[in-house]
Design a protein. Structure first.
Lengths: 357, 271
């Protein structure tokens, strides 16, 4: 649907998007995820036509749109501030795009009504934007973009102004809408949880480049760079030395002497050191010995209550610090407290090599 | 209004000060409005003198309406003020938008140059314009008066519109473009309606400034393009006349009506 080929955008001496290539498939929900200033918003603005690339091309449905102005592209955007026209009613806001495209009035009216129905705002059609709640404004912005039947819908952090509960509902609603309409969504956010909840695929953007591109689960479970591991969810990043290989596995040693077994497939031949990422919830904690490749003892240094989960700060007997996440125990299960000595187990696949030299 | 509720009242221990301040306020209003009131009252006085009350009459209003040169001057003033306002709104709004929306190397310089006519002594403006028109070989008349008025009126529109633009979400224009509007359509259908209060305020300012301008007009007019202030000035030099009181009374009523009407329009727009 969209092909981005080697696109670079500079602002003065700052390179916002750096030789970036990406293809967006028809009907998918793709999220551009990254910290502020990483270039994700610039990339979206390049797709919308608010910025023109310095190098590279953008193809929309096979057509080169790199230098077409926004009003000549069949993409529409939902803005972070919603940017509803304050002097127009909800109905006229939604109908604005159709009017600009000279859609005949009866057809336009029908499509506006349909769009308002879809976001359940029929009752509010004659209100002005300032008479609506934040969530309703968000829906108007969505309806206004969707009614134009864009090839791709661009969403620039559209949920960031909503409170947590409403945001969560809107996440699911957006996702369902996208599935129902079969539209292609390109969604920009800095919220990793939002990205994981909604996306078919996630592109992690860092310093104007794609750090990793993949399905939400793949990005979470198999981060390929230290940045990706650290930015999505939480991660224990351990610097290790490779001490031996044995067929499909390899032995690595952490600074203090803790030795772990990893799958050697991910470790390039000849690599001497590596960076290993361990998700805190994948560390299996027990007071009994566990039957697993990686087993070591640790002391619980600190227990932090987080509602549904407990965060545990562990120190292994070799002095390596790790943090782990355990479900907040039911009375039926073992309870862990500060000062407890526990066994920690790790499955081979839960040790992810994110860097090797 | 919640804002007025939160305003502190004067502490009760300061009653004397309170009385003094009330008296002072009353004095200020008397100073401002008693002359106007007297002026209106004496427009109905049958005596020619502005000091003695004789009896009630509409005579001066009737004479006013039959005074050919004065009526002609009033018409001239209305035409000049209207054209000046329209041109000032176009120049001021367009200029403010261009300065706001696009980067110019000399933006700051342009800004200063635009603001200067607002503070420049009118006598200098008048003389320099006269020299300019003479050099350019232009005949003095309506055109030259209007050019003169627009020169110092449009910056007021520009400044008012600029202030409004500062607070405008830049995504509004982008949203319009994104929905298929060309830059011109986006400006006309989205930006202008959002700027409407500022445009109305600027237009009112331009209209009033043009309506009572004397000095610049004096230098740039021809006999045919005599405006009301010039005509009145001429009459007042010969001697005060209750006809001028009547004229002023009409102006005061018109001004108040004008202000109330524009207020009403603004409220309508906000709804």
């Amino acid at each position: 649907m969209i092909e981005i080929r080697g696109v670079t955008k500079r602002f003065g001496s700052f390179t916002a998007v750096d030789n970036l290539s990406l293809s967006v498939r028809a009907g998918e929900f793709l999220t551009l995820l990254g910290p502020s200033g990483c270039g994700k918003t610039t990339l979206l603005r390049l797709l919308a036509g608010f910025e023109m690339p310095d190098e590279g091309v953008i193809l929309l449905d096979g057509q080169d749109v790199s230098h077409l102005p926004p009003y000549r592209r069949s993409v529409n955007q939902v803005f972070q501030s919603y940017a509803l026209f304050p002097h127009l009613s909800v109905r006229d806001n939604v109908g604005f795009g159709l009017r600009m495209q000279n859609v005949p009035a009866p057809e336009a009216a029908a499509r506006v009504a349909e769009a308002l129905e879809m976001v359940s705002l029929r009752e509010q059609a004659d209100r002005l934007p300032h008479q609506l709640s934040g969530g309703q404004r968000q829906r108007v912005a969505l309806a206004r973009a969707i009614v134009c039947r864009p090839k791709v819908l661009l969403l620039d952090e559209p949920l960031s102004a909503l409170d947590a509960k409403l945001r969560h509902n809107m996440q699911l609603e957006l996702k369902h809408l996208q599935r129902r309409l079969g539209l292609t969504f390109v969604f920009v956010t800095h919220d990793q949880e939002e990205a994981l909840t909604m996306s078919d695929r996630i592109a992690i953007i860092h310093r104007g480049r794609i750090e990793q591109l993949g399905a939400a689960g793949e990005i979470y479970h198999r981060p390929r760079t230290p940045f990706a591991a650290d930015f999505i969810g939480q991660a224990n990043l351990l610097q290790v030395a490779v001490v031996g290989r044995n067929g499909t596995t390899a032995r690595v040693r952490v600074g203090g002497g803790l030795e772990l077994t990893v799958a050697s497939a991910e470790l390039p031949a000849g690599a001497r050191t590596a960076l290993v990422s361990i998700r805190p919830e994948k560390i299996c904690i027990s007071k009994q010995r566990l039957d697993t490749e990686n087993l070591f003892e640790a002391t619980i240094e600190e227990e932090i209550f987080q509602g549904a989960t407990d965060q545990l700060r562990l120190v292994t007997t070799q002095g390596t610090r790790l943090h782990a996440l355990v479900a907040n125990e039911s009375a039926m299960q073992e309870a862990f407290h500060e000062g407890d000595r526990v066994y920690c187990g790790l499955h081979l696949d839960d040790l992810v090599i994110v860097q090797a030299e | 209004m919640p804002a007025s509720l939160s305003r502190p009242s004067i502490p009760s221990g300061l009653k004397l000060l309170n009385w003094f301040l009330s008296g002072w306020t009353a004095l200020v209003f008397i100073f401002l409005y008693v002359p106007i009131l007297v002026l209106v009252v004496y427009s109905f006085n049958s005596s020619r003198l502005n000091i003695v009350w004789e009896s009630f009459t509409f005579d001066w209003y009737a004479r006013l309406l039959n005074d050919g040169p004065l009526i002609r001057a009033a018409k001239n003033s209305l035409v000049i003020a209207t054209v000046t306002t329209v041109l000032s709104v176009i120049l001021g709004t367009g200029g403010a938008w261009l300065l706001h929306r696009y980067r110019y190397r000399a933006a700051r310089g342009i800004q200063t140059l635009v603001a200067i006519p607002m503070v420049m002594p009118e006598i200098l403006m008048g003389i320099s314009l006269l020299i300019l028109f003479a050099t350019a070989g232009m005949n003095l008349g309506f055109t030259t008066v209007i050019i003169g008025h627009v020169t110092f009126c449009f910056p007021f529109v520009l400044v008012a519109v600029q202030a409004r633009l500062q607070g405008l979400d830049p995504a509004l224009e982008e949203a319009a473009l994104d929905l298929g509007a060309t830059p011109l359509q986006a400006f006309w259908r989205v930006i202008v309606p959002c700027l409407q209060p500022a445009i109305v305020a600027g237009a009112l300012m331009a209209f009033t400034l043009s309506m009572d301008e004397l000095i610049v007009t004096f230098f740039t007019r021809s006999a045919a393009a005599t405006t009301l202030p010039i005509q009145v000035y001429g009459l007042a030099r010969v001697g005060l006349n209750p006809m001028l009181n009547a004229l002023s009374a009409i102006f005061i009523v018109a001004t108040v009506a004008f202000v109330l009407f524009s207020d009403y329009l603004q409220k309508l727009g906000r709804r």
